[in-house]
Design a protein around this ligand. Structure first.
Ligand code: C5P
Length: 234
């Protein structure tokens, strides 16, 4: 069974800004956090270790996509950083996904959760058809990539909260859905288009919601985080 949780997207350019943000939380409250490309490329593995030492669970969102051997070796390095969740592009295909799992698995048999990105939400139907030359409709493509990820042994996919229930239906209840595009009722959508509230996401088969600006840009981030947890967990 999955442990439902809210993951805060730490989309900050530096470690010092990240720590200043996290310092607003009381010492005993340690949200699950996401480190993306911006922060990781700026600060490297040191920022992962710093947040781990502070007691946070970490989703390292680096979306690997390369030949199987390279991904296997890179995943072994990320696994040694002792993160809790990592991801890759399902477009790398099954052999790459299986290699990633091998690389991630530690000598004691444990490993971080491995999640696949199916199609980026920024890829529209026109780009899918005219540039990627994929004639299959978007929803079917996403579900097919999710099934490839499931049959390769991965733990779940990143998807829109609007797709979570369908992914569960096709790939099984235990296949995890990690969903960005979350906004509070009445909140600012920003550049996200297909959005859902934490409460509705909680009832729609989302295991983890990834929330960035509705928490990081709020005047009271701790209150916003607690609100997201309360509404999501019900
Ligand atoms: O600020 P906001 O809540 O929109 O942040 C969502 C986070 O999830 C960002 O870090 C963004 O890069 C990430 N993400 C997303 N949509 C995807 C994949 C990742 O918004 N399809």
């Amino acid at each position: 069974m999955s442990a439902k949780d809210v993951i805060i997207a730490l989309d900050f350019p530096t470690e010092s800004e990240t720590l200043a943000f996290l310092d607003q939380f009381p010492a005993g409250e340690k949200p699950f956090v996401k480190i993306g490309m911006e922060l990781y490329y700026a600060e490297g593995p040191a920022v992962v270790r710093a947040l781990k030492d502070r007691g946070h669970k970490i989703f390292l969102d680096l979306k690997l996509h390369d030949i199987p051997n390279t991904v296997r070796r890179a995943m072994a390095v990320l696994s040694r950083l002792d993160v809790d969740m990592v991801n890759l592009h399902a477009a790398g295909a099954s052999e790459m996904m299986r290699a990633a799992l091998e690389g991630l698995t530690r000598p004691d048999g444990t490993r971080p959760l491995l999640i696949a990105v199916t199609q980026l939400t920024s890829t529209g139907p026109a780009a899918l058809k005219d540039e990627l030359l994929i004639q299959t409709p978007m929803a079917e493509t996403v579900l097919s990539y999710a099934k490839n990820a499931a049959s390769s042994g991965l733990d779940g996919v990143v998807c829109s909260p609007l797709e979570a229930a369908l992914v569960k239906e096709r790939c099984g209840e235990r296949f995890l859905t990690v969903t960005p595009g979350i906004r509070f009722a009445g909140g600012d959508a920003g550049d996200q288009k297909r959005i859902m509230t934490p409460e509705k996401a909680g009832k729609s088969g989302c295991d983890y919601i990834v929330v960035g600006r509705p928490i990081t840009q709020d005047a009271n981030p701790v209150a916003a985080y607690r609100r997201a947890m309360r509404e999501f967990l019900g």
